[in-house]
Design a protein. Structure first.
Length: 258
């Protein structure tokens, strides 16, 4: 599905400022590959357009490719020589992409691959809730095709309104929102607790945006690593509109390389 393509119509993330552009507005959806952290690279094509603080429409570039990888299970060291992915008996699938709405399709795909049960919990680490209303309706997940979910994700969702359709379709059952440093630092990450839960870990790297003024950066990274160790599936958004993409890659390396 993700082979690299353009959206040229007023749909999804391409809806922002669409009617204010004199020239044809389009955004790029990057291809997906299987790889490791060394495959993360800055893209050159616009993946998002929006007004900056001065009211000027700006193009934002995302990732060159979406990278699908496997992370080691609980207790395995994340070695730099392995591209940040150590070897272990158990691994957890993870995918890294730019605009956050793509998480919806990847959750569906993981569900159809039996990585978790219908109604799974999502732990959402993000500066934003991404719980805006979506006027488009998503039917029960078991009645939908892969193509339907793909089209819905890219044409009927944007970066701020993809979670409620996931709840509406019963793909996910609940969302634990972690939008502040305090909440993450005080989140119970005891092994005995996390081992009893089935959850997707959904991370938006803009949580560590400099404007968030994270005071205990290293501790928030440690807490995130603990959540990674027990997750059934991990989705990570680099959020080009909200965060410099080189900084996003740097944060990923801090999370996964010890």
């Amino acid at each position: 599905m993700y082979t690299g393509f353009w959206i040229t119509e007023k749909k999804g993330n391409n809806s922002f400022c669409f009617d204010e552009e004199k020239n044809q507005q389009r955004i790029y959806i990057a291809p997906r590959i299987k790889g490791d952290l060394s495959d993360l690279a800055l893209g050159s094509k616009p993946v998002f357009r929006e007004k900056n603080q001065q009211g000027v429409i700006v193009e934002y570039q995302g990732l060159e490719k979406f990278v699908e990888l496997s992370l080691p299970s609980k207790g395995r060291r994340l070695a730099k020589r392995d591209g940040g992915v150590g070897k272990g008996k158990r691994t957890c699938p993870c995918i890294i992409f730019d605009n956050h709405n793509h998480a919806l399709f990847f959750w569906y795909e993981a569900y159809t691959n039996n990585l978790f049960k219908k109604g799974v919990k999502v732990i959402h680490i993000d500066q934003h809730t991404d719980m805006n209303e979506n006027t488009h309706i998503l039917d029960d997940i078991d009645t939908l095709t892969e193509q339907k979910i793909f089209d819905f994700t890219n044409c009927s969702c944007n970066v701020g309104n993809f979670i409620k359709p996931a709840l509406q379709s019963r793909l996910i059952g609940s969302v634990e929102l972690i939008t502040t440093e305090y909440k993450l630092l005080h989140f119970d990450t005891a092994d005995e607790k996390l081992e009893q839960e089935e959850y997707i870990l959904d991370i938006d790297l803009d949580f560590w945006h400099p404007d968030m003024s994270i005071e205990q950066f290293d501790t928030t990274i440690q807490q995130t690593r603990k959540l990674i160790q027990h997750a059934k599936y991990i989705t990570i958004a680099t959020s080009p509109y909200f965060l410099d993409q080189q900084l996003a890659i740097d944060i990923i390396e801090k999370i996964f390389i010890i």
